[in-house]
Design a protein around this ligand. Structure first.
Ligand code: TA6
Length: 299
C-alpha cells in the first residue's frame, strides 16, 4: 500500500511538486529543477526557504537548492577553460539553468520512497551564448532522507570543462551558534579577502560575512546546531570542493527575496566542482555530482 503522497501545486507563476514520503516532506519547483524545502517529521526544516521567496518565471527562488551550471558564481572568476565556452558579453551569476524550464521525465514511487527525474537537454533548449551539446539530468529521491544527483553528459565531439554547485541553503537555529565539522586542515579561498588562499585551522564558526571556497574537502561535512539539538550531515560524491556562505548583516540587506534578519536563520554549504576541481569531460563522457542529506539528534 502506497504511503507516499505526490501533489502538484501552483505557487504564483511556478509549477511545483509537494512530496510526502517516509515521514518527510519535500517541495520542488519544475523551473530550475529547484528543490525549495525539505523537512523531516516535526523537526524544523533542514533546507531553508526564504519567507520572502518569490515564485516568478525566469528568476531563481531564494533558498532551497539552486542548480549552478555550467559555471558557478562570477564566470570571470572561473578557469579560462570554463569561460571559453560562453560567448556573450554579460554572464549571469551561477550559470544558465537555475531559472529555466527543465523537463520532468517522471515521478516514481518504490518502497515508500519517491524519485523525481528532471532533464535539461541543450539540443531541445539551446543555451544562448553557450553552444555546447550537453545533456543534464537531475534525480531527487525522497525517503526519510534526501538524495540528489546531477549528471552531465558531454554529447559533443570536443572536450567540455564546467564548474557547478548544488547551492544548498540549510536552516539553522542561529548561525552564530552553529559550527561546521570536516573542514579542519582544508585549504580555502576567501573571496572576501582578495581571493587569497588560507588554511582552516579548526572547526568553522560564524561571526561575520563568510564566502569561502574550500578545496580538497572530505566526503562528509556536518552542521552542528546545538540550538535545535541536531547535526545535519552532507555526504557528497563526485565533488572535492564546497562553498561556505553566510551574508551576515550588511549583505543581507542587499539581497533580493531576503528579510534583513534572515542571515541568522540560514547557512549555505554548496557541494561543488570549482577551481582545481572543475569537471573535464571528453566526448561522450559523463560526470555525477551527488549529495545525500541526513540528520541526527544531539540532545
Ligand atoms: O555561493 C555564494 C554566492 O556566490 C554569494 O557570493 C552570493 O552571491 C550567493 O552566492 C547568492 O547568489 P545569488 O545570485 O543567488 O543572489
Amino acid at each position: 500500500m502506497s504511503t507516499a503522497q505526490v501533489e502538484r501545486v501552483e505557487l504564483d507563476q511556478l509549477t511545483c511538486w509537494r512530496i510526502r514520503a517516509a515521514g518527510s516532506e519535500l517541495l520542488v519547483a519544475q523551473q530550475g529543477a529547484q528543490i525549495l524545502s525539505y523537512q523531516q517529521g516535526e523537526q524544523p526544516p533542514l533546507i531553508w526557504l526564504s519567507p520572502d521567496a518569490a515564485y516568478q518565471r525566469g528568476q531563481s527562488v531564494r533558498g532551497g537548492v539552486p542548480v549552478c551550471w555550467p559555471w558557478f558564481g562570477d564566470l570571470r572568476r572561473n578557469p579560462q577553460a570554463v569561460q571559453a565556452h560562453y560567448h556573450q558579453e554579460q554572464a549571469p551569476a551561477h550559470g544558465l539553468v537555475r531559472a529555466l524550464d527543465w523537463e520532468l521525465l517522471g515521478i516514481d514511487e518504490e518502497d515508500g520512497a519517491v524519485t523525481l527525474r528532471f532533464a535539461y537537454d541543450t539540443r531541445n533548449q539551446p543555451l544562448e551564448g553557450w553552444p555546447r551539446d550537453a545533456g543534464l539530468t537531475f534525480i531527487v529521491r525522497l525517503a526519510h532522507e534526501l538524495s540528489m544527483s546531477l549528471e552531465t553528459h558531454n554529447r559533443g565531439d570536443t572536450p567540455l570543462t564546467l564548474s557547478q554547485a548544488l547551492h544548498s541553503y540549510f536552516a539553522v537555529s542561529d548561525v552564530r551558534q552553529v559550527h561546521v565539522e570536516g573542514l579542519q586542515g582544508c585549504r580555502y579561498i576567501d573571496t572576501l579577502q582578495d581571493w587569497q588562499e588560507l588554511r582552516q585551522q579548526n572547526e568553522l564558526g560564524f561571526g561575520s560575512e563568510t564566502d569561502r571556497i574550500y578545496l580538497d574537502t572530505p566526503a562528509r561535512l556536518s552542521i552542528v546546531d546545538p540550538g535545535w539539538g541536531r547535526r545535519i550531515h552532507l555526504d557528497a560524491r563526485g565533488s572535492r570542493s564546497a562553498v561556505l556562505w553566510n551574508p551576515w548583516i550588511d549583505k543581507a540587506k542587499r539581497l533580493s527575496q531576503f528579510p534583513d534578519d534572515a542571515w541568522q536563520d540560514m547557512l549555505c554549504i554548496e557541494t561543488a566542482n570549482l577551481l582545481d576541481d572543475v569537471v573535464q569531460l571528453k566526448p561522450d563522457e559523463r560526470h555525477r555530482l551527488e549529495l545525500h542529506i541526513s540528520s541526527e539528534r544531539t540532545d
